[in-house]
Design a protein around this ligand. Structure first.
Ligand code: FAD
Ligand code: ZN
Length: 226
């Protein structure tokens, strides 16, 4: 109770399976007394492109544009665009970040990747010698909750799904100092029976009930590639 949760949600359709997973999380966490904020990226028409428009006012070096340097400098002088500042404030206040999305090409949809690219600015999320366990977003938890097209059996044969989580969980969240909870994967909802779909939704509710008792994973190469 009293915990703050930010759900970053990337699906176009509220009636989708992802939409149902979002709804469940909002309801269950609110019921627990958490305060829940949702960034519904498609509904917000969130800009995924990392461009000069992200910097308000003068550029640090207008001769040759360097996105990383410019956003870092802009962050320090309070010159990032309003949409970024708003998302950073939500991240700053959150104890837990939940990412809810359908798997696109073994990764996250571009709009969510754009959120990562633009919001997790140097100076805000990490710094020169402040990365991984020293990252700037310590004492926060993250959870990747996603759906797939492929079945669990196919993933078991064709390569462990944990390989795909290395860039997202380790490369992004752990890099910024955020601890990582076990991912929540709903396999192939489109090909499942109505009964199986209901089961998957119930499993998510059940998991959320004891979420705050969970320990983060040991986010090291062994977890992914052992
Ligand atoms: P939906 O189609 O919205 O939902 C499935 C069914 O559940 C629907 O019939 C819906 O009506 C129903 N439903 C919704 N809510 C409820 C409810 N409350 N109770 C019961 N039923 C409900 N897959 C991979 O495995 N690997 C990839 O690399 C990959 N790359 C992709 C790349 C692209 C560009 C695209 C478009 C898809 C890709 N996919 C991939 C497939 C994608 O991951 C799946 O299509 C997606 O995860 C399915 O989730 P959804 O929420 O869109 O399902
Ligand atoms: Zn890690």
């Amino acid at each position: 109770p009293g915990k703050k949760v930010l759900i970053v949600y990337a699906h176009q359709e509220p009636k989708s399976f992802n939409g149902s997973l979002l709804k469940i999380a909002v309801e269950e966490l609110t019921k627990q007394g958490c305060s829940v904020t949702v960034s519904d990226l498609y509904a917000m028409q969130f800009e995924p492109r990392a461009t000069r428009n992200d910097i308000v006012g003068h550029l640090h070096n207008s001769e040759a544009f360097n996105y990383g340097v410019e956003t870092w400098e802009a962050y320090k002088r309070g010159g990032l665009s309003k949409d970024l500042v708003q998302e950073q404030k939500k991240v700053q206040e959150a104890d837990l970040l939940i990412f809810q999305f359908p798997l696109f090409w073994f990764s996250m949809p571009a709009i969510l990747k754009g959120w990562m690219d633009r919001v997790l600015v140097q100076g805000f999320a990490y710094d020169l010698s402040k990365a991984y366990d020293g990252g700037l977003l310590q004492d926060k938890l993250s959870l990747f909750s996603f759906t797939t097209g492929g079945s669990k059996e196919k993933y078991a044969i064709r390569g462990d799904i944990r390989y795909l989580l290395w860039p997202m969980q380790h490369g992004i969240m752990h890099f910024c100092g955020v601890k990582v909870l076990e991912p929540h994967i709903c396999y192939a909802p489109e090909h499942a029976s109505e009964e199986k779909r209901k089961e998957m939704l119930t499993a998510w509710t059940q998991r959320l009930k004891t979420l705050w008792k969970e320990e983060p994973i040991d986010c090291s190469p062994e977890w992914y590639f052992k």
